[in-house]
Design a protein around this ligand. Structure first.
Ligand SMILES: Cc1cc2nc3c(=O)[nH]c(=O)nc-3n(C[C@H](O)[C@H](O)[C@H](O)COP(=O)(O)O)c2cc1C
Length: 334
């Protein structure tokens, strides 16, 4: 591919990679909801796969991205890109090549992870302080993978501060990356509001599409973000887990209203129940893990749905999946 600002014909809407949150099961559910609401995600990105010493065996790629068994798409047809994280350019290139052989439709490279263990091994956001290494990694991966397969990077605004932004932009420009996703905070700013959407502006000088990310919880914030960042491309993170209809709300045009005026881009609590039950019936190591993960989701849903609070109160100490499913069903009969 040769870099082009106009690579995407329309504004793209992406579901963010979130380790331990948008795992394959959650991706399955959230991409299904988005499709059902008439605004499928253009794609999602896998949780990061850490590259340290060798080319990982196929089973590791399949574990993180089981969608590779199905044309790299979720059941609702949303493509899943493979994200890798590491600092050894050659090794990253070899692993990216292998991921493509296994069917990855695109490779994304993580330069945003703030985790101590990852950063201490020179991976993730710490590399924002090493733009030259970023360049080496992206360009090695770009050269290694087949030309028709896109290679992208996901960054923050910097490690401790934004002082290296110009160097980072230069590294991206020279690297041959096909697009860039920016989480509009530094590593030090973590996940706390606000996100500095306006800081994304200067990256629009690049000859590639720029995707804005960070702190989008509502359609109004999505609009503010697009205005301030100067790009129409968005990646949704925690907001998309809290309100699974956020992606449809963002593009909520008049055609989303049916004859009675009902907003068809809205997913009501009662319509979310079946999806939550599907989650609870999904694949996991065991029920303890699954129930724990479900509670994590329900906790986030309490910020998006008043009804979730009642369910939360009734099941927060519950370990039995069947009892939780009953409580969910009861929450719509009240
Ligand atoms: C629990 C969690 C795990 C994350 N894991 C990843 C990851 O594996 N790869 C990545 O590029 N970003 C990861 N992120 C960052 C998100 O993709 C996103 O950039 C960030 O959450 C900001 O968007 P938001 O404010 O809309 O949530 C993670 C974020 C969270 C909260």
């Amino acid at each position: 591919m040769s870099p082009s600002k106009n690579l995407f014909q329309n504004p793209v809407r992406l579901l963010a990679p979130m380790e331990g949150l948008t795992d394959p099961l959650m991706r399955q559910i959230l991409t299904q909801i988005a499709s059902d609401l008439g605004r499928p995600y253009d794609w999602s990105v896998s949780e990061f796969i850490r590259i340290t010493q060798h080319v990982l065996p196929a089973h590791v790629f399949y574990k993180y991205v089981p969608e590779l068994h199905h044309d790299a798409k979720t059941a609702s047809g949303t493509p899943i890109h493979v994200q890798i994280l590491g600092s050894d350019a050659q090794l990253m290139a070899e692993n990216a090549t292998y991921a493509c052989e296994l069917g990855a439709p695109a490779i994304d490279i993580n330069f945003g992870c703030p985790a101590k263990t990852v950063n201490s091994h020179r991976g993730g956001s710490v590399l924002l302080d090493e733009p030259e290494t970023m360049y080496q990694i992206i360009s090695a991966v770009r050269k290694a993978v087949p030309a028709h397969i896109p290679v992208s990077a996901k960054i923050r605004l910097g490690y401790t501060d934004t002082s290296r932004m110009d160097d980072i932009r230069g590294a991206i420009a020279a690297s041959g990356a096909d697009w860039l996703t920016i989480h509009a905070r530094t590593k030090t700013q973590g996940y706390k509001p606000p996100a500095y959407w306006d800081k994304i502006q200067s990256f629009n000088a690049l000859d590639i599409p720029v995707i804005a990310n960070g702190e989008i919880w509502s359609a109004a914030q999505a609009n503010d973000c697009m205005m301030q960042a100067g790009t129409s491309h968005l990646m949704l993170g925690r907001g998309a887990v809290t309100r699974p209809d956020l992606v449809a709300q963002v593009d909520n045009h008049t055609e989303n209203h049916d004859d009675s005026g009902k907003n068809t881009a809205t997913l009501l609590w009662q319509d979310l129940i079946a999806h939550q039950i599907k989650f609870l019936e999904g694949e996991a190591k065991n029920d303890v893990v699954l129930v724990g993960r479900y509670k994590q989701w329900l906790g986030m849903l309490t910020k998006g749905y008043a009804e979730a609070q009642t369910v939360w109160e009734s099941i927060k100490r519950e370990k039995n999946k069947a009892v939780i499913i009953n409580a969910l069903q009861a929450s719509v009969q009240q």
